[in-house]
Design a protein around this ligand. Structure first.
Ligand code: UT7
Length: 371
């Protein structure tokens, strides 16, 4: 019999997202700022990608700090403590260190001691792969409460002499909490895949065991990301469209009835091409690439957070999330959104203070909540 973490009898049940948090670092770099670094223009970046500005870490903030802040918000909004968690999963390509895992560090910073914690490396699909793993853990009865995070400090692996990539990325983190939910709500279907033949379309050549750091590898900028942009673009459109279509068809959901589509935020033209083929209306699509650029594994939870906050996702809505990324990887899910609007951290704390029972229940361990 398996014995993973807090093992429970395997059973099949429905998992759903019950909270969401995000963290955007304070440093802002506009397209005009980038014009001063490489031969580019606001017009080119905006027109070809939809990006106007992106955020970067300042003052030595680490990827685990971004993840920590996003996780704390998600926990505080539903009044969970880190001790309530059974599992912590982080999707990232920019961990603080190659090892130990970013999830180990995050769990330590949160105070979720003793829980299984691990990273999933699937690049821009990292959050979606992690969400899948979290869902599987709940569906099988291996875990009751899972924290899933997408967190990146892309500024740490960017080549500021390569205008074809340095204009694209940003730093951020998003987090969701998963728990068992009642049908018909929750994660209804999932699709996940990879094609490793194309690993070098988008990758970081140096830093792994194939190319440890040498003076030469540093001189050749091998410790920064390299990308074949237009090939990646074509794959992105094909894979996101196919994944979304498969999910909708398989579950008998007419695109017209979709509540919200959230696609990986790599390029507004990619998303437009996919949503046009799906014949979606503007009010069925949420994008925020203009503000943050491509934050790799963080883009989808950031979009969920903002769409939920703006009332664009309501209980009972069909929601499709789709991603693609280096690997090549892709993943998508169809969710029947099952929760009422989430309170802000301040509102959750006010409710906590107003209710003795609630307050008593939450008091232990609540001193970690960021105020
Ligand atoms: O998250 C997953 C990974 N990322 C992606 O999915 C990105 C997918 N790819 C893309 O989003 C697009 O391919 C890019 C935004 C990277 C590039 O856009 P594009 O329309 O495919 O441009 P291109 O690579 O075909 O380049 C067109 C021209 C070239 O000049 P020439 O050869 O026509 O003279 C480039 O040198 O644009 C030039 N160019 C730029 N010009 C100004 C490339 N980057 C820049 C730039 N500023 N930053």
């Amino acid at each position: 019999m398996l014995n993973i973490g807090k093992h429970k009898e395997p059973k099949v049940r429905r998992a759903g997202i019950v909270s969401v948090g995000k963290y955007i670092p304070e440093g802002v770099m506009t397209n005009f700022d980038i014009e001063k670094i490489v031969d580019t223009s606001d017009e080119w970046i905006r027109g070809r990608t939809g990006i106007c500005e992106r955020h970067f870490v300042t003052n030595g903030q680490r990827q685990s700090d971004l993840a920590l802040n996003a996780s704390r918000e998600a926990l505080a909004r539903v009044g969970w403590t880190p001790q309530d968690l059974d599992m912590v999963i982080v999707g990232t390509v920019t961990p603080d260190h190659i090892f130990p895992s970013s999830a180990n560090t995050l769990a330590g910073k949160l105070g979720a001691i003793g829980v299984p914690s691990f990273d999933i490396l699937a690049a821009c699909s990292g959050f979606m792969y992690s969400l899948h793993q979290g869902m599987v853990s709940i569906v099988s009865g291996m875990a009751d409460r899972v924290l899933v995070v997408g967190s990146e400090v892309m500024s740490s692996i960017m080549n500021w002499q390569d205008r074809t990539t340095c204009v694209l990325f940003g730093d951020a983190a998003g987090a969701v909490l998963l728990e068992e939910v009642e049908e018909p709500y929750g994660i209804v279907d999932y699709e996940i895949g990879s094609d490793g033949r194309y690993y070098d379309l988008l990758y970081m050549p140096g830093g792994g065991s194939a190319q440890p750091a040498t003076h030469e590898s540093i001189d050749k900028a091998m410790h920064t990301l390299h990308m074949e942009g237009s090939e990646t673009f074509k794959f992105a459109v094909r894979s996101m469209y196919k994944t979304a279509t498969d999910l909708l068809k398989r579950n008998g959901v007419d695109p017209e009835d979709l509540g919200l589509f959230i696609g990986h935020q790599a390029n507004i033209r990619i998303i437009d091409a996919v949503t046009k083929r799906l014949k979606l209306r503007d009010d069925q699509v949420y994008n925020n690439i203009n503000k943050y650029g491509n934050t790799t594994s963080a883009t989808i939870p950031l979009c969920i957070h903002e769409a939920e906050e703006q009332g664009m996702i309501k209980k009972g809505d069909w929601v499709v999330l789709v991603s693609f990324g280096a690997g090549l990887t892709w993943a998508g899910t169809l969710i029947k959104w099952g929760i009422d609007p989430l309170p802000s951290v301040a509102a959750a704390e006010a409710a906590d203070a107003a209710s003795d029972t609630y307050s008593e229940k939450l008091k232990p361990g609540r001193d970690w909540v960021k105020r």
